[in-house]
Design a protein around this ligand. Structure first.
Ligand code: SF4
Length: 216
């Protein structure tokens, strides 16, 4: 596996927000979002180690944390190894709760009861929406999250339209691109359009540390 970093922190967003989580960041990404805060995870100049699945499992286990987030870059570019990793973790200890943060371009080819997905559907302002696979709305289960990161009312309109056109069992989250749109604007939009199934989230790591720091 090509690994950028493995570290312990709190989950900054999603349904485990604020809870201790071990992060595994895998190398490379298949798109280039306009607002990317993890540019160091891809490209020829990025720094990464090639490790065996066994070595990655050992590093993760040392943190003694049952919440794991596998992120990137785009982790499903290494899907074969990711499947091996989650199965090995679970065989070692069935207490693991594993979130895979994926960018919405790839429909996963596997299902495991101890794995759930956060699909980050890219909005027009990302300049990457053309690469999204709408199949993610069909495969998402009640355990999965579909996240919209918005910069503008135009993005909110697009989110509204996508949700109307693509019924899903996934939980819907919306969050602002830091500094681009006010949380209050999103709330006003949710009220105006009565978005009962949408939950606003603010990335708390941006409040705790440097807002321009790398994402978790
Ligand atoms: S998918 Fe994530 S890592 Fe890839 S360019 Fe977009 S924000 Fe950056």
């Amino acid at each position: 596996m090509n690994v950028v970093e493995i570290f312990n922190s709190i989950d900054g967003e999603g349904r485990r927000q604020g809870q201790l989580t071990t992060f595994l960041r895998l190398h490379d990404c298949n798109i280039r979002c306009s607002y990317c805060d993890t540019t160091y995870s891809y490209g020829p100049d990025s720094d990464y180690d090639t490790m065996t699945v066994e070595e990655v499992v050992n590093r993760i286990e040392a943190f003694k944390n049952h919440r794991i987030t596998i992120t990137g870059g785009e982790p499903l570019l290494q899907e074969y190894d990711v499947i091996d990793l989650v199965d090995t973790l679970y065989e070692r200890n069935c207490y693991y709760d594993i979130n895979i943060e994926t960018n919405g371009t790839i429909v996963p080819s596997f299902y495991r009861p101890y794995v759930w997905f956060t699909y980050d559907y890219k909005m027009p302002s990302s300049l990457a929406e053309e690469y999204m696979d709408l199949g993610i709305f069909k495969v998402a289960t009640e355990a999965d999250l579909i996240k919209f990161v918005v910069s503008s009312e135009n993005d909110l309109d697009r989110m509204h339209q996508i949700l109307a056109d693509n019924p899903t069992k996934g939980q819907i989250y919306v969050s602002p691109v830091w500094g681009a749109i006010e949380g209050a604007t999103i709330v006003e939009y949710m009220i105006k359009h009565n978005l009962q199934d949408v939950r606003l989230q603010l990335q708390i790591h941006k409040f705790i540390w440097d807002p321009n720091a790398k994402g978790v």
